[in-house]
Design a binder for this molecule. Sequence first.
Ligand code: FE2
Length: 669
Amino acid sequence: MAEYKLQVSTGYLPSAGTWDHVYVTLIGSDGKSEKTELDNWGIDFYAGKTGTYTVKTSSSLGKLLLVKVEKDPFLNFEEEEWYCSTIEVTTPEGEANLFPCHRWISREEYVELRGGRAVKYFEEDYVVLIEHRKKELTLQKSLYQWKPLAEGLLHTSSFENVSELPAEVRFRQAKAKEMLKATKQLGMKFKFEGMVGSTKKWENFDDLKRLFNFQKTPMSEYVAEHWKEDDFYGYQFLNGINPTLIKRCSELPRNFPVTEEMVKTFLAEGSSLMREIGKGNIFLYDQKKLDGIPTNVYKGESLTVTPGLCLFYLNPQNKLMPIAIQLHQQPSEKNPIFLPSDLETDWLLAKMFIKNADTLDHEAVHHLMNTHFMGEVYTVATLRCFPVIHPLYKLLIPHCKSTLDINIRGRVGLMGPNGMFGNSSAGREGMIEIMRRSLREMTYSSVCLPENIAARGLESIPNYYYRDDGLKLWYIINNFVRAAVEYLYPLDADVYKDRELQEWIGEIFTYGLLGNKASGFPYSFSSIEELIKFITMVIFTVSVQHAAVNSGQFDYYFWTPNGPLIMHKPPPTTKGQSSMETIMETLPNVGETVATSVLINQLSSKYSGVVPLGQYPEKRFDEPELTQMILEFQAELSKLGEEIVKRNSHLELPYDYLLPSRIESSVSI
Ligand code: FE2
């Protein structure tokens, strides 16, 4: 007689428990156990509970390979899914094996857990496990399928509704409810005030400040007070919601004929534009990517999205100041270069049109496509190509948590018939075109922060906290990934011959980058170094980069003039004709403003169950070495957190979007 001791843990989640009958069968190299019910005195499976059970066999099963888990109804109760987190089995020989589960299990579902150390395909020793691996991947490939988001766009999962999602990747119910509550609460307040659907214009900025009666943050109030100021305008291109756009300007573009005469009064006394360019103090934001995109139609008239150019000057006080704006690419009499010395409302309108185009690009490309949808590409490839015992599944799956779920909701909320895209100046088609063009231009180096910063010549510009925090985080993640990958793949040959890994990167290249070799993205791996860089980029993108472009949405966009999605009037074509009335007529109306506000409030609210970067509450690795690496990763993040808090305590405007404790481990909001 042999006895196996089982520690069975139910996840610490609402509704994780079950009254159902749960059975296990242990499968070893020398045989298998009877199907054995896990049944002690009292309630066996409730949230957070770990129960101890015994499975008896006539003799040792040899090497323990699989644990089969089954669930049957209790009496006539309705289906009660069970969230099993782990099963730890101690063999009669005294060997402890961890079988991670971390998923919901429903009735009549086939669940066979693999345990022990991570194993690559070519390391499998048992035919039964090779067969299990094949069967698992066949099932995963049938469950998770690719589908193009739109013509010329990257592919995402084919699910159209969250109810279609397999249990293992479903959103936590509690969070879905909290999100709905946040939306309803603010939506109801606006509705009560008759603001929902209202086509009324805001009368003036004081009228618009009524928004703060409903919701506010210290930063959203700061934005409302300072959004017109040129130094705060410039600050936002370094530390605002879209911080990766401006480039150091070594030569003015030919289509942006700014003259010395135009800008000399905004430069240091006695200096010149040429001299400041030479000193590296001139920066450019060029929106040419947006030139000629389709635009929305409002009351029978086509709206305008301006593909502008904005020149910035880093002044002797280290402030980045906008000094010239041209709203279209081709210079002409009807396309003047606006200056800070122009009529106040002309200059303000010029800055607002640049921000409008920037907001569209931010939401469609830098937020949605580059983090949410690329995150989904990495998630779907991981679920399709790696079995759960694969080391990179264990490393990456915590960074894929909830991404499919939030993206399906996002596709409806942003790209659906009444979504944010349709209510923008570009309209749905225009926004998709912006994404299409951006995907064609996407390069591997642009998504690797150190190279991104260097390519834009922003290594030394002062007060660029996004860069400072982002680079530190990049290297902390890189150190962790390096330690883990070098441990899991001791030789380059291990990388090269891991066919599941090669398939994974091949799918990402084919379905994410549409096979574009000019992007510089890898389509296969031949060395440990290549793998370390790519995994670093994946984890950085879905955690740090997403936090940078997501978390400040309420702060920066709640005050609509600072980031309008829709501009009802065309941009000025001559100077001296605008007034405050023009600005109020140009801005989104009351209904449009509150619709956006409800959405960004939902996307910026705090919810329960958040897993910060570096936290791995679901134990997946059975290797003590990996546990130690995670502890070191956490320590590095914690140290950086202290540095950021200290730095922020000296700043008028603290930059805390990249505070490690605020960064979620995956794209899940
Ligand atoms: Fe997001």
